[in-house]
Design a protein around this ligand. Structure first.
Ligand code: GMT
Length: 374
């Protein structure tokens, strides 16, 4: 098939899922056209079936906010026409689903039918999309899509509860490339970070408020009174400066490293003993799945779709959002030398259930179904 993928090119989860999906489809012989405003972070290889079309937004002094959505629709029209696309698959509803609707209408006037599939990722529904500034457009454009998928059962439920959506929503969970995400031997790195054999806790995110990283600092402060631990924090975002200050004020900063944005996260995951995800909202928790694939158990909140990934008492533990004391107790349990290998093995086994080779055919099947119906 000739598939157009529209996504955010950034480090965020939806962009990563879209890019990895496109790469896997290309390897399977489909021609994949990425349409976005800059080269997706993980689109770092050459493949004869992968094409990248940059959306250019002309500036003009009148525009306080450059109209990205219009430029995106125009680019979609151009790519669909010139490359004979069979379908457009947009990731994250805002503004991609409504931009695709506009492109579809324009193409219809030119006698071209293009099915649109929208994949809902999380905050497009649970946070941003609910805002009255966006809600009518989000509801309309989801209903106007030819096919809709959500990355978890929880997100599917939230969508029906919070929007007047009548479309059938297919749940296709996120996936993992087990060739890339596997535990590597990185003893020298582990020695450098934890020379006394300290256990290593890890968190990766975009450092937004919704991630509740302050709970990690609080649970870490409790835990380090009981055992020798280090905390690594990967990523960057609006909360980082405040968290660094908080760590200094709590007197725990000597055991914490803020590593900033990193690409080769599987290398850091390879030396981690525990992954922490205390989010207030999380439709799936891709970072937790990446950790599990590298044999790292997960201490998490019970937000959204996380319990569909992290299994209580098996691959880690789940606590109520905000209950950092419970998270600290659970972490201390998992990190015991006789427990850790068992949790590690369960984490890997669970991650294998989300192998990209199992999930990719579900997208291909869905594509065929939607194209046949259109
Ligand atoms: O986590 C974020 O804030 C980024 C966000 C995104 O859309 O880029 O991630 C969402 O999509 C990911 C991929 O489907 C999910 O794994 C994340 O759980 C989800 N984030 C939230 O729901 C907060």
């Amino acid at each position: 098939m000739n598939i157009g993928i529209v996504c955010y090119p950034t480090f965020g989860g939806s962009g990563v899922v879209a890019t990895e999906l496109g790469k896997a489809l290309a390897k399977n012989g489909h021609r994949v056209h990425f349409i976005t405003y800059s080269q997706p972070t993980r689109l770092d290889f050459f493949n004869e079936n992968v094409f990248y079309h940059e959306v250019f937004i002309p500036s003009y002094p009148l525009f306080q906010h450059p109209p990205y959505e219009l430029a995106l629709s125009s680019k979609m029209v151009e790519v669909v026409k010139n490359h004979q696309l069979d379908l457009l698959h947009v990731h994250y509803a805002i503004p991609h689903a409504s931009a695709a609707y506009m492109a579809k209408q324009i193409l219809r006037t030119q006698g071209i039918t293009i099915p649109v599939i929208t994949t809902l990722h999380g905050t497009d529904i649970t946070l941003v999309g609910k805002d009255p500034s966006f809600e009518p457009v989000v509801t309309f454009s989801i209903n106007a899509s030819d096919g809709v998928t959500a990355v978890s059962e929880s997100l599917r439920r939230d969508t029906y509860e919070q929007f007047a959506v009548e479309r059938e929503i297919e749940v296709i969970p996120n996936f993992i490339d087990l060739e890339r995400f596997q535990k590597q031997k990185k003893d020298h790195f582990k020695m450098a970070i934890a020379p006394l054999g300290e256990k290593i806790l890890l968190h990766i995110s975009n450092f937004r408020k919704v991630k509740r990283i302050e709970d990690i600092l609080r649970m870490f402060a409790i835990l380090r009174k009981e055992m020798c631990v280090k905390l690594l924090l990967i990523g960057d975002g609006p909360e980082r400066a405040g968290l660094e200050k908080m760590a200094r004020e709590m007197g725990i900063s000597q055991d914490i490293r803020f590593l900033g944005k990193l690409d080769a996260i599987e290398e850091v995951l390879s030396i981690a003993d525990l992954f922490v995800m205390p989010s207030e909202k999380e439709s799936f928790g891709l970072a937790a799945l990446e950790a599990m694939a590298c044999e790292v158990p997960v201490i998490s909140s019970n937000a959204g779709g996380i319990p569909e990934v992290n299994i209580q008492g098996k691959t880690g533990f789940i606590s109520e959002v905000g209950d950092y004391e419970d998270m600290a107790r659970n972490a201390a349990f998992v990190l015991q030398d006789e427990q850790l290998p068992v949790f590690r093995a369960h984490a890997l086994a669970r991650a294998k259930e989300f192998d990209i080779n199992l999930i990719l055919p579900r997208y291909e099947f869905f594509y065929q179904k939607i194209v046949a119906q259109s």
